[in-house]
Ligand binder design. Structure first.
Ligand code: SF4
Ligand code: SF4
Length: 434
């Protein structure tokens, strides 16, 4: 694609990067066919190619964001399906991240929108606040239907509907500490415990620690870890996202330079995609660029790490058919497609892949709160495809997808690592009927 940025505009490294991305796009439109919002809404401006044109126009003309561009960029799930499809290697992720940061700086959203965004940014990345919010949500739940009838309060209704009926007890594993390997230590990893995940489903990190330590891996939950920053990053709040990234880079660097790390293990693929991008996000910060690149190179999804280990024979024969839902951040963001399915099969599960596996379930960070109507349509489509497999349960590797699919599916939805832990001698996942 031809661009006409001036030399002065290109002096801004963010614009320079976006210009390189824009020039790679050849307008072929292949990406439209696999974009969930285009498939759902049928509007070119809600397709990757349409958004690329809108972003190009905004950046090239040095314009502030307007309502049109905000509408169509807000509807983008950042699912990155377009990146998997694109034959020209267009890095849509970095382009849309730049556009979101530009929107945040140049556009004043309506008051209700600003209030909901500020609330989400102030609550979700902090486990203590999030836990308190879930308890309050129980009181607000009866009003969800009422709020849903008022357009400005629809995100609030979505929040109340998504909040689980009960909040699990906090796990001791969420606190910093070292979990020793059982037997001879073969490797040492840091575990990102996360922000929303340990509140919504602490069993995921518990299963990860239980499985890894049984396999000879020492697991450290480092002091000073925080939310990966993805939630605020996707809202265009660059400074907040970079502050989280720097805090995590510091925490993991202390471990790397202390007792050493073979990997940084992540159990939510949404976080994994962002941490693997820390090297890019902090490339312009001389104090952090190298450390961040080192952290990104050590980041591994838990299934990616498990696939490198010598696994024993499974301890139980589960004899269950599992529908494997590949989160967008897993398959498109990190290109991890084979390992989770291979691990489940090796552990004795029969694995089915739902139709339209490339399409997002509509969770996408805070998307199911900010865009509840499109999100609900995608969830319905996803659940229908999952249920058509005839599987007994659903496995996936991202807490957002677990919450989203479980809010509509009749089947139990668990994290892949919970099934693997069970198969290799750990606890049966609580959500599974005996
Ligand atoms: S990230 Fe997903 S929703 Fe956004 S343009 Fe690409 S395919 Fe469409
Ligand atoms: S598939 Fe790639 S090159 Fe083709 S229009 Fe989409 S982003 Fe551009």
């Amino acid at each position: 694609m031809q661009t006409t940025f001036t030399a002065e505009q290109l002096a801004d490294p963010h614009v320079e990067e976006s210009e390189k991305i824009l020039r790679k796009c050849v307008h072929c439109g292949f990406c439209t066919a696999t974009c969930p919002t285009y498939v759902t809404l049928g509007n070119e401006l809600d397709s990757p190619r349409g958004r690329i044109y809108l972003i190009k126009d905004m950046l090239e003309n040095g314009r502030a964001a307007d309502e049109q561009i905000v509408t169509h960029i807000d509807r983008c799930l950042s699912c990155l399906s377009c990146m998997t499809t694109c034959p020209s290697g267009v890095n849509y992720m970095h382009l849309v991240d730049h556009a979101r940061a530009h929107i945040e700086k140049t556009y004043k959203r309506p008051f209700s929108d600003r209030a909901v965004r500020a609330l989400l940014a102030a609550v979700l990345p902090y486990p203590g606040r999030f836990r308190a919010a879930l308890i309050l949500a129980k009181l607000g739940r009866p009003f969800a239907g009422l709020f849903d009838r008022m357009p400005a309060l629809k995100p609030l209704a979505a929040m109340l509907t998504l909040a689980p009926a009960s909040t699990p007890r906090r796990s001791r594993n969420a606190s910093p500490g070292v979990h020793a390997a059982a037997g001879a230590r073969t490797s040492r990893v840091a575990l990102l415990t996360g922000c929303a995940q340990p509140v919504l489903d602490p069993a995921i990190n518990d299963a990860t620690i239980s499985l890894l330590t049984r396999l000879g891996v020492e697991v450290v939950v480092p002091q000073g870890e925080t939310c990966c920053g993805a939630l605020v990053h996707h809202m265009g709040r660059e400074e907040a996202a970079l502050a989280s990234a720097r805090q995590n880079v510091d925490a993991w660097t202390r471990e790397i330079e202390g007792n050493g790390l073979d990997a940084i293990v992540i159990t939510a693929s949404g976080c994994g995609t962002t941490i693997k991008d820390y090297g890019f996000m902090l490339r312009l910060d001389p104090a952090y660029a190298d450390k961040a690149a080192r952290v990104s190179s050590l980041a591994r999804d838990v299934t990616e790490f498990l696939a490198t280990l010598d696994l024993p024979e499974p301890a139980v024969k589960p004899d269950l058919t599992v529908a494997y839902h590949s989160a967008c951040s897993m398959q498109h963001g990190q290109k991890i497609t084979r390992q989770p399915k291979d691990l489940l099969k090796k552990a004795g599960f029969t694995v089915k892949e739902p139709r339209e596996g490339h399409l997002c379930c509509g969770s996408a960070g805070t998307y199911n709160i900010m865009q509840p109507e499109i999100s609900a349509k995608l969830r319905e489509r996803k659940v229908k495809n999952i249920e058509a497999t005839g599987a007994a349960l659903v496995a996936t590797g991202n807490i957002g997808c677990i919450t989203q699919i479980a809010s509509a599916a009749k089947l139990p939805v668990v994290h892949t690592v919970e099934l693997l832990d069970w198969a290799y001698g750990g606890k049966r996942p609580a959500g599974l009927r005996p």
